[in-house]
Design a protein around this ligand. Sequence first.
Ligand code: AMP
Length: 215
Amino acid sequence: MILILFGPPGAGKGTQAQRIEKAHGLVQLSTGDMLRAAVSAGTEMGKLAKSKMDAGALVSDDIVIGIINDRIQEDDCKDGFILDGFPRTVAQAEALDEMLTQQTLKLDAVIEIKVDDAALVERIAGRYTCANCNEGYHDTNLKPKVEGVCDNCGSTEFKRRPDDNAETVAKRLKEYYAQTAPVLPYYADKGVLRSVDGMQAIDDVSAQIASILAV
Ligand code: AMP
């Protein structure tokens, strides 16, 4: 199964992708995570991406298309994958179509998670992840069961993203509406677009997604 989780920053794409990964054995492919890893490793690509990411702007299509093209050919993707944060422009969506055609793969669904802007800002301001396994948490909505200990791996180290500050979030939302939202009609025309109400509790959003995947 090949899925795209679509939505603005803070909609819950990463959280839901992790849940689908566990439930369906699909690999989560987050371009944001891959770019952050490249930035941390100090690679040439990471250096090119860093200034854009820090400013809340999109990294160039060539870079992210190249990353995804390489990644989906790896062995662990052969049973399917969930794209989280890609495509973010119509050019990326078109490039993805070409990649899938070349590998005789088919996109099963694009699931849009709809969330109001005010809620996005609140969610982003409170979110953090386990520094070891990347499990996502939130200051008020999703705390670890034992305070300060990751539910998933037991680590006591957590981190927050440098681009999760108010100024950069405003820029990221602007980019979403200018460059990424126009991808929705592209998939609606193909008949693969489904939407879920991302304002509901995390478990309820997961249930909506599960019912789409069960069809
Ligand atoms: P995310 O973790 O998905 O919120 O992505 C963090 C940042 O990485 C974004 O604000 C962009 O700067 C960059 N990025 C991630 N995915 C893409 C993409 N598909 N196209 C362009 N830039 C991206």
